[in-house]
Design a protein. Sequence first.
Length: 303
Amino acid sequence: MLGSYRIRTDLAVEARERFTEENVEIRGVEVKEDYDEEKDIRTTVVKITTENGAKAMGRPQGNYITIEAPNLSMPDEDYHREISQEIASHLSQLIDLKTEKSILVVGLGNQAITADSLGPRVVDNLHMTRHIIQEYGLMGMGEEKMHRTSGIVPGVMAQTGMETSEIVEGVVSMTKPDVVIAIDALAARSTRRLNRTIQITDTGINPGSGVGNHRVGLTEENLQVKVIGIGVPTVVDAATIVHDSMAHLLEALDEAEQKEFLEEMISPHLHSMFVTPKDVDETVKYLSFTISEGLNMAFAQVC
């Protein structure tokens, strides 16, 4: 329908919804949904199991866990604690945390831009232990067993002159973590999911993908260690909003007329614009604490 214009989303659940709307069944893609009515939390697990499914979805094979929580952007500490527990639970399913692990958390994004500052803020709130354990041993933490956690905020290429992947690869080669967890801001297809959705995947992450600025991915293939990606959609493509506002009008046109209409109405310049909610400052602060607390809870689990 959009011709040369492509609706952008980083959420696997939204990519799957597009096929559902068109009544198209995709082989190699499994979907499981769960709704907790009491907590008002919907969890959708999209599992891409074949190359055919990966090609259709435009995403690597793996697990994509989406947590949708309508009140996630509200300053409710009890509710956010429940979301943190959900994050910790899903992480323990993707990572074997029953044995001691060395974990590197990478906060992707530009801390100077609020909508892109989620990753750095999460790292700021984490409980780092690697340096203490190396210096004083586990007894220095008062524990017999503990995961070694470390973090880095590599910045963006405009700040460092280096690919994020180059920086992370260097750190990984020196510190040799068992797993890398990359945190980044994403783009959504639907405005109702902005700042209300968390995606966790075991396929890694592509820095800058939320605004169409694709860099070399942080994946297991590139880093040679397991990579977990965690993201929250903080922006939506401006062209998507224009398209959605005209949805009813477009239904009255045939496909050729829709394409012509959209090409006239949606300026190419609009596709370089992204929109974020006006309260993004406060919301990103809440979200960063929620995710970091979920990570802290997960890392506290060791037998």
